[in-house]
Design a protein around this ligand. Structure first.
Ligand code: DGP
Length: 114
């Protein structure tokens, strides 16, 4: 997608601190971290929001969670715990319209979230 920030990171057109990559997924550190560990995990396929998911995306979304598990282990936060967040559309706080999962860890998380 031409005007998508995360597609540009995927293509290497915008630099990012990439910590994991395979055929389907890319993970990099959030430029504005909200916790000591704050990683964004994206499917390489451009999908704007959760609302745009199709049945055929089922496997990719499964891989997104499995990648989160792997990154948590890689970051050493599996046992202490971490939060996974996917924002959908403006009211939820989505600012980049390429589906991404936030992996946040390294501090106590409060509930309800802001
Ligand atoms: P969301 O609000 O859920 O759409 O999250 C978008 C996140 O993307 C936000 O936490 C900040 C992060 N972000 C925005 N621009 C960049 C960038 O250029 N590089 C990186 N690494 N992260 C970015």
């Amino acid at each position: 997608m031409a005007d998508c920030l995360f597609c540009k990171i995927r293509e290497g057109e915008i630099p990012a601190d990439i910590i994991f990559e395979n055929d389907d997924m890319l993970a990099f550190r959030d430029v504005n971290p909200q916790a000591p560990t704050h990683v964004l995990i994206i499917p390489k396929k451009h999908i704007s929001t959760v609302n745009n998911l199709e049945e055929s995306d089922e496997a990719i979304m499964g891989k997104l969670f499995l990648t989160a598990k792997l990154i948590a282990a890689q970051e050493g936060v599996s046992d202490e715990g971490y939060r996974l967040v996917v924002n959908c559309n403006e009211k939820a706080g989505q600012t980049v319209f390429h589906i991404h999962m936030h992996l946040l860890a390294g501090r106590a998380m409060i509930w309800p979230p802001g």
